[in-house]
Design a protein around this ligand. Structure first.
Ligand code: SAM
Length: 202
């Protein structure tokens, strides 16, 4: 990454008026209404996708290391069934849930820590549970930046081993990052389901 890096708070505040990301929309189409089931939004950022999950009836625990997240979430999801947790994805031990959403956040877990964070994410999924995640690929211009994680297509397949992948979009495009510099993005948007009879009904 080049140039001065904006803070996550500035990034997240700038996201408040955008539409819900396609990954979250597609995840909700697959998973259906929450009916009070538990969900995690890991690296929830602005809370725009958290709000969509809550609106669909999910009981959401939203995790982010940005300390400004809870106040934003309170405004966005006033009175909704949501618990805000300020913390590092490497430290937070999530409970078991029927849905995990994580848009554009897991790539910001350093590669040295990615494996155990991923193992936790997988373990948190109840049987029949839904997973929607973004991962960065090796042709991304940020590839090699310390503190980030990248996975080739074969690595994505390994991460998803034992899960039923129902939707995998590999995207490459040139577009500005939040810092304003045009870069090449290489991203995988993956929706998968843990096999088995659905657990976690309210
Ligand atoms: C690119 S933003 C994505 C936010 C939101 N999910 C979205 O789609 O707009 C990355 C988010 O991950 C959070 N984040 C980055 N590294 C983190 C970590 N190790 N633990 C917890 N949150 C982290 C940042 O604070 C930021 O809100």
């Amino acid at each position: 990454m080049s140039g001065e890096r904006p803070t996550w708070q500035a990034y997240n505040e700038a996201q408040l008026t955008r539409p819900v990301r396609p990954l979250a929309k597609r995840l909700l189409e697959h998973a259906g209404p929450g009916n009070g089931r538990a969900a995690l939004d890991l690296g929830c950022g602005s809370g725009v996708e958290t709000r969509a999950l809550v609106a669909a009836g999910w009981r959401v625990t939203a995790v982010d290391s940005d300390p400004s997240m809870p106040d934003r979430l309170q405004d966005l999801v006033a009175g909704g069934d949501v618990t805000a947790v300020v913390g590092d994805l490497r430290d937070v031990a999530p409970g078991r849930v029927a849905l995990v959403h994580s848009s554009l956040s897991l790539p910001f877990v350093p590669s040295t820590d990615f494996a155990f964070v991923w193992e936790r994410v997988r373990r948190s999924l109840l049987a029949g549970g839904w997973l929607g995640v973004d991962l960065f690929g090796p042709r991304d211009d940020w590839h090699g930046t310390p503190g980030l994680s990248f996975h080739p297509r074969s690595g994505v397949d390994q991460l998803m081993a034992g899960l039923e992948v129902v939707d995998l979009v590999e995207e490459e495009r040139d577009a500005p990052s939040f810092g304003g510099v045009v870069k090449h993005w290489h991203t995988f948007h993956v929706i998968a389901r843990r096999p088995g009879e659905a657990e976690g009904a309210p």
